[in-house]
Design a protein around this ligand. Structure first.
Ligand SMILES: [Fe+2]
Length: 190
């Protein structure tokens, strides 16, 4: 029990102090006018190191899927979210309208990506087909970039934890959800 608490405390320290500071200073060091793809390319090595060197060690031995609280840091140009998933969890098909980096810590966060087939001219309507599947395993750092950012998440196996980094304040951004059967597009917000 004491070890669990110590690990949890260490994890929170890592994320809430130097981890966030490092990520935030890195985000601010990237020129604002760079394309999103170059921004995530610059941030990906730092996030990979952060997860591999510190977070995995910090959380080892802790039952994250059951008792972890989501840890969130938000600023106008950065949103960090620690996401514990359970086996069988899933999301609707959605997008983010911003760059996202996802670092797998444990388990497998399966992202099913969709391609848009229509030209976007019909309001609140989209025709989609499945494009590919990306399995974000422990140690993998994946990115999601608009306009090819329509996806759904599924957790096919064991309990899974991931660290998500967003290029703006996710809690204040409007996004979209997609119904692949009817073609309906609806606005959504966290
Ligand atoms: Fe997503």
């Amino acid at each position: 029990m004491e070890k669990k608490n110590a690990n949890a405390a260490h994890f929170r320290f890592v994320l809430s102090h130097w981890g966030v500071l490092l990520l935030h200073s890195s985000v601010r060091s990237v020129p604002k006018l760079l394309p999103a793809s170059e921004t995530v390319d610059k941030l990906r090595p730092l996030l990979s190191r952060l997860v591999a060197d510190s977070m995995s060690r910090a959380i080892s031995g802790r039952d994250l899927g059951r008792d972890a609280e989501p840890i969130v840091y938000s600023a106008p140009d950065l949103y960090i979210e620690f996401v514990p998933w359970k086996h069988g969890d899933s999301t609707p098909i959605h997008n983010h309208n911003m760059w996202v980096l996802i670092a797998g810590i444990t388990g497998n966060e399966r992202n099913v990506n969709y391609r848009r087939l229509d030209d976007g001219s019909a309001p609140w309507h989209a025709r989609l087909e499945e494009n590919n599947i990306v399995d974000i395993l422990s140690g993998v750092c994946a990115s999601i970039l608009p306009p090819n950012d329509i996806h759904a998440v599924a957790i096919p196996n064991s309990r899974t934890t991931a660290l998500n980094i967003y290029g703006t304040n996710l809690s204040k951004e409007w996004r979209y959800q997609f119904n692949i059967e009817t073609g309906e597009v609806t606005p959504s917000r966290k």
